[in-house]
Design a protein around this ligand. Structure first.
Ligand code: UDP
Ligand code: MG
Length: 324
């Protein structure tokens, strides 16, 4: 009996990638042809692009039965794109890849080997040197990893890329974590499984610009902390306790000083400073609590992670026969 070929689904979140997409599509097609011992499904997620990304995807899907696409009703962010891809992929193995070719799609061959021959559940890339990052982004990235290592019990590999190939079992475990505030790097690590980390030197973007500005990255970094650590809340309680202790010692000191030296009026500037300082600290920690509360609020609302406007199923294929 002929053995049924296994299938790899390649998920590609795309936001305004009209420049990179044709290059990426050509390259991934070549790799799929080389790896003819396995079937492929290319699942592109158009994250509300405003350029010709969707037009290209429609064209590819009409001509190539391996191509599927999901187009969102607006920009929901890369995390939502990855989740939609994982939910809709049908492969025995699932890969997530960016459209900009910073991580070469050809790495998929090596990843597939690690999984099928060496018994890993997942193969993923990490980089030691973010060539494309500005000095400031490199600095903040380093600080962030140092911080998260200290305050979270979920291990995060420094320099981990989103590019990875996973077994179906791992994908299903990730899908069980259907939280609204998604931080996939943490989720991948939380679900566990045996992962082969491959060191890789990232390339420059093949075309177009990074979609993450400083503000977006800052929000993403914060998301990672709020989703995988409650240490800031413990820190708030600890600082509160330390302040109470300091206040207690200060009160004792003032009482004894007054008893010994009398009560000359004075010291109001220092008092004003103390009041401003403590209320600042209080507001800061209220803010932290507010952030956790707002995340809880969004989770409780159970809003959809993404909304689909159209998919490849809405158009007629050019080729005859079954759609994938
Ligand atoms: N992306 C997305 N939605 C967004 C932003 C980015 O789907 O809101 C996609 C983007 O098209 C690319 C991938 O996510 O395929 C990574 O984005 P980018 O290369 O801009 O990020 P960087 O590599 O600079 O971190
Ligand atoms: Mg990129």
């Amino acid at each position: 009996m002929k053995k049924v070929k296994e299938k790899i689904s390649i998920i590609v979140p795309c936001y305004n990638e009209e420049e990179s997409l044709p290059i990426f599509y050509k390259e991934i097609g070549k790799i799929a042809d080389e790896m003819n011992y396995v079937d492929f499904e290319f699942l592109f997620i158009d994250d509300g692009s405003k350029d010709k990304t969707l037009e290209y995807l429609k064209d590819y899907a009409r001509k190539d039965k391996r191509v599927r696409f999901i187009s969102f009703s607006r920009n929901f962010g890369k995390e939502a794109g990855m989740y939609a891809g994982l939910e809709n992929a049908t492969g025995d193995y699932v890969a997530i890849m960016d459209a900009d070719m910073q991580d070469s799609p050809s790495m998929i061959k090596e990843m597939y080997k690690y999984i099928t021959e060496d018994g890993y559940d997942c193969a993923a890339l990490y980089t030691k040197n973010h060539k494309d990052y500005s000095l400031l982004r490199k600095f903040f990235t380093k600080c962030w990893y140092l911080l998260i290592k200290k305050i979270s019990s979920t291990k995060q590999v420094s320099g981990a890329r989103d590019f990875r190939l996973m077994k179906r079992k791992m994908v299903n475990a990730i899908l069980d974590m259907d939280e609204y505030n998604r931080y996939s790097k943490g989720i991948f690590s939380f679900v566990g499984f045996k992962t082969k980390w491959i060191e890789y030197e990232t390339n420059d973007r093949v075309a177009g610009k990074s979609k993450f500005n400083f503000f977006k990255l800052f929000k993403y970094a914060l998301e990672g902390i709020l989703a995988f650590s409650t240490t800031p809340l413990v820190a708030a309680a600890l600082v509160g306790l330390i302040f109470c202790f300091v206040a207690f010692v200060a009160i004792l000191f003032i009482i004894f000083k007054t008893l010994i030296y009398g009560d000359p009026v004075g010291g109001w500037p220092s008092l004003a400073c103390i009041i401003i300082f403590t209320s600042g600290v209080q507001l800061f920690f209220f803010g932290i609590m507010g952030m956790y509360l707002s995340k809880t609020y969004l989770e409780v609302k159970k809003r959809p992670i993404y909304i689909i406007r159209e998919t490849d199923q809405d158009q007629e294929p050019l080729f005859k026969g079954e759609k994938l």
